[in-house]
Structures are given as C-alpha cells and as structure tokens.
Design a protein around this ligand. Structure first.
Ligand code: NI
Length: 183
C-alpha cells in the first residue's frame, strides 16, 4: 500500500517519535508499505512520521545513487540510537519528500556509529560513512522531530519562508500523493 507523504506544516513532523514495541506481522507490513511509498516517490529514505506514524522507524535504499557501494544498501532501522558522531563534518545538498522543490546544503558529521533493530528484532551496532551516514542522519532527524531546513541559518530559513508556507498550504508540484495539514 502506498501512503500519502505528509507535507511540511503538519505537527507530526515536529514530534519526537515513540519506540516501536512489537516486532510483529503488522510492523513488517508497515515496513513493506514504507518501501513501496518511498520508491513511488523516488526517495532514498523515508521515516514513519512522514506517513503520519510517530514511531521510531525509518527505511533507506541508496541504490538510486550511481555508486556500486550504495547499490545494495537497503535497510529498515527500528529504535535506532546514534551512539557516536565524527568531529569531521561534510556538506551535501539535501532534499526531503515532505518538502518538495527545496534542496539546500547541510553540514553533518561524516561518520556515525548507530545501534538499531531490524524487522526481525535483531540488534546491530555499526559505523556508517559517506552517503549512508548522510541519509541515516537525515532520517534519524525525522524521528526526533527535526527537518533538514532546521539545520540552516536563520537567514536562509527566512528566505525560504514563502516557499514553505506554500508547501504547507498544498501549493506543491510533486508527482506523488501528499497529505496536507488542515488547521
Ligand atoms: Ni526527509
């Protein structure tokens, strides 16, 4: 099932998400649906709050990047915790399915160590770098109620105000289904 992607302006995107409690069939179905929703929207990552579910779960698949190392990086991260971040940072132009039409350079740590559970409830602890670390940190932010534009300077954010207001009102040009918050 393809979900509508929650657009900027919905309070669910600003909430700290809660732990996943049950590793059951429903969770596995939800993960399948999130992958389907992400592929339909041509994204490389999708967090549960972006389909209106405020739980600590996100999926990534970096195969659209033209890089053999990123080809098979398809994973669900459940109840993840970023344990360590490198001091070294790098910039990368990010976008977000909830904020279509806006891309900006965001600085983040180049490497991170993260613990997480997979869909079967197995725990992992791993270091990731490069694009993988980039996508993971962007999605991790989502379950903390943070968006990539929150990393921009106040001036940069100010300059985006009109565009963001348009998005929240449904004035967007996206080729996937979106859900807009009604006040
Ligand atoms: Ni995003």
């Amino acid at each position: 099932m393809i979900y509508a992607v929650v657009a900027y302006g919905d309070p669910v995107l600003k909430k700290t998400a809660v732990q996943v409690e049950k590793f059951d069939q429903d969770l596995n179905q939800l993960i399948d649906d999130m992958f389907e929703t992400m592929y339909d929207a041509h994204g490389v990552g999708l967090a549960a709050p972006q389909i209106g579910k405020s739980i600590r779960l996100f999926v990534v698949d970096t195969s659209p990047f033209d890089d053999p190392e990123l080809k098979d990086f398809k994973k669900a991260f459940i109840n993840p915790i970023i344990l360590e971040s490198s001091e070294e940072e790098e910039g990368f132009e990010e976008g977000c399915l909830s904020i279509p039409g806006i891309r900006r350079d965001v600085k983040r740590p180049s490497k991170i160590k993260i613990s997480y559970f997979d869909e079967k409830g197995k725990k992992f602890e791993e270091w990731f770098g490069g694009i993988k670390a980039r996508v993971i940190q962007h999605e991790y932010d989502h379950i903390e109620g943070v968006l990539f534009i929150d990393h921009l300077s106040s001036l940069q954010k100010q300059l985006l105000k009109g565009k963001l207001s348009d998005i929240s009102k449904g004035k967007v040009d996206a080729d996937y289904r979106m859900k807009f918050f009604k006040r």
